[in-house]
Design a protein around this ligand. Sequence first.
Ligand SMILES: *[C@@H]1O[C@H](CO)[C@@H](O)[C@H](O)[C@H]1NC(C)=O
Length: 184
Amino acid sequence: MQLKNLILAATAAATVSAAPTDGQKPFGVLAIHSGSDVQNSGFNAAMSSLFAGLPSQNASCARPEDGQTATFYIKDSELYLYDQSATPQKFYVDRSGMGQGKIGYTTGAQQPPKNAEQKGWSVSEQNYLQFGGKSLIACPNSIDGAWSIWASAGVDNPAGNENCVGIASRVIESTNPNGCKYTE
Ligand SMILES: *[C@@H]1O[C@H](CO)[C@@H](O)[C@H](O)[C@H]1NC(C)=O
């Protein structure tokens, strides 16, 4: 139901000319890779990680019935999860040999891992979410049948995953964003 709404919104968004590049406007994200099962899966945030196609992300949301996909915003090239609360949830990327492109998020005063980068997020002219100017990677067979989402660190199948695919991450502006606290 919610996913269907996102796809409808994607169709509508395609007709909008100018995309926000580094604004405060909250947005959802759809994974795009035609011919793959990840196609049109909404991005989710759970357990301090980023997924697509999670059946249930178990976040605490202002509108719980509407909380099946994650809502993001970019500020100063940093990516956050959208919420009304004062406790920020902010993404990092670990492109080191250890992290291999791991994307995670911290909650409040938590420190990201040693090699983490927080700046580098952007929305391309074609309206795709990128890190370091590069598109993202989705790997199948993560928790609850979802795909885990990775940044490109020059490793096609990061962290022992198999059958990962490059995806375009279509940004869809949220007109009525749902504030959520996502699980740590
Ligand atoms: C959400 O909660 C359900 C029920 O407890 C559980 O089966 C599922 O794995 C949880 N999902 C995540 C992403 O934590």
